[in-house]
Design a protein around this ligand. Sequence first.
Ligand code: GTP
Ligand code: MG
Length: 241
Amino acid sequence: MRIVLLGHPGSGTTTLLTDARAALRDPASGVALRPRSPIGRWRLWTASRRARRPQRDERPRAYPMRLRHAGGGAVVRVVDGGGGSVRGSSGTSGTRRLLAELAAADAIVAAVDATVLCDDPVLAASQVRTLVVLIRRRVTEALRHARSSPFPVVLALTGCERLPLGRDPFDLDGPLRPLRIGHRHEVRVAGVTVPLRADDPALARALPLLWCLHHAGSAAAGAVAAAGAAATFTPREWTRT
Ligand SMILES: Nc1nc2c(ncn2[C@@H]2O[C@H](COP(=O)(O)OP(=O)(O)OP(=O)(O)O)[C@@H](O)[C@H]2O)c(=O)[nH]1
Ligand SMILES: [Mg+2]
């Protein structure tokens, strides 16, 4: 199973991944997700340090993880897309690697800074356009290969605690409409919008990855429900039309 985290520089993909790892370190949540090897643990630890500084990821980084849950286990490849490869600043090799990872993705998390959506509609529109193109490309390809189940896509709105008081984060995902209610292909997307705050409980910050794991076939329903209950905002599933 392969999950790709996509986002422009600074949108929070590395933080999402390292927070999820911290929350799912032990199986008390019903699901444990751990790097498969000591070197993998070290790479993820250094990634969390980089994100805190913060230091930009120019290229995609792949983390082979082991998923354990009551129903069994699986190997999961979680790919932190690296904002540089989404923006195109990592050169062709970074972008090519990202496209190769996306072509084999079973689920996608798109991270977007909620304050960019709120304060800078022009920048937001251009950022979202890139994400929509990349996601549609994968969903269309998946359909061509007759996937029977809808393709999981999570829109993770990061930094929601910085929104002006009373601003509803669910009003901000308008630029993502082409994905949500586009032409007939999009009915095959199992989409959810998850607003996130820096001060959310750790388990809530794992919700984007848990949603993907659950919808891409793991028996993580209990953990998804627990993470949803811990979240400050109730995640909203996209209406399929
Ligand atoms: N306030 C707030 N800050 C956040 C949130 N998520 C991430 N950040 C911060 O945003 C900064 C960038 O986060 P990263 O996780 O490094 O972003 P990234 O998407 O990996 O960026 P690239 O490596 O350039 O692709 C860091 O300082 C994080 O601590 C959030 O939900 N709220
Ligand atoms: Mg990063």
